[in-house]
Design a protein around this ligand. Structure first.
Ligand code: TYD
Length: 233
């Protein structure tokens, strides 16, 4: 029952916006995501940040299996299924409720990563990924996806540098970082193909310039695409 004095209009909250960040490993998307979240919060927008695979207790356990270099024998189809298992949990527990509540959700990777890494990198194809998305993600697509495009070689060498720095105490090269130059080239090509296919949702951002140069570009895209259209913010 509605509380006294509360109008039906006041009760119906505007659905929040769903923004995803995509790109190769080490392209700087996590940092850019946090910087965008800070800008939106200053504007009074209630923002939730999360990441994939992970973002829930169950999802983080799935993530550990997926990234652990000891699970080297993981079948590509099993890998794809685990990505979607973590995603279904994240949608049910975090993304769906937050959007319903009017919050904006900023997510580090989503189904485009599965299409790029499993569909492209592991060569399972886009159809397999999109079919699973349809049945497991209940038609949820981002309002905006920022695809941070970077060089394959810089991603691979950044991952290697990170491993060399930490290798002595704790070797942390994850299963994806062990992949070859050819693998990451297929991943990048698949990302670029998604951007060509869905220009209304996916905006390509050159991730190669310095962080301080890329950040205002991202803010501008978000304002133009999502905020300028809103009556009030
Ligand atoms: P992470 O350490 O979070 O990498 P990054 O900081 O680059 O995001 O590891 C996530 C890895 O999982 C990354 O290599 C991409 C991969 N991945 C997939 O292969 N498929 C997916 O659907 C998702 C969400 C991630």
């Amino acid at each position: 029952m509605m509380a006294r004095g509360q109008s039906p209009v006041a009760k119906a909250k505007m659905r929040g916006k769903f923004i995803t960040f995509e790109g190769l490993d080490g392209c700087g998307k996590s940092t850019q995501l946090e910087k965008l979240a800070a800008v939106l919060r200053v504007r009074g927008i209630d923002v939730v940040t999360t990441r994939e695979p992970g973002g829930t207790i169950i999802g983080e356990r799935i993530r550990a299996v997926l990234l652990d270099s000891r699970t080297a024998g993981l079948d590509p189809h099993a890998e794809m299924a685990l990505m979607f298992a973590a995603r279904a949990q994240l949608i049910a527990e975090v993304i769906g409720p937050a959007l319903q509540d009017g919050q904006w959700v900023l997510c580090d990777r989503f189904t485009d990563s599965t299409e790029a890494y499993q569909g492209g990198g592991r060569q399972l194809g886009s159809d397999a990924v999109l079919q699973l998305h349809r049945s497991l993600c209940r038609g949820l697509w981002p309002d905006l996806t920022l695809l941070m495009d970077s060089d394959v070689s810089s991603s691979v060498s950044r991952a290697r540098r990170r491993n060399l720095t930490t290798a002595e105490e704790m070797p942390n090269e994850n299963r994806f970082e062990k992949e070859s130059y050819a693998f990451f080239t297929r991943v990048r090509d698949a990302f670029l193909e998604i951007a060509r296919r869905e220009p209304q949702r996916v905006v390509l951002v050159d991730a190669r310039p310095k962080l301080e140069i890329v950040h205002p570009q991202i803010v501008r895209v978000v304002f133009e695409r999502l905020i300028a259209k809103r009556v009030r913010i």
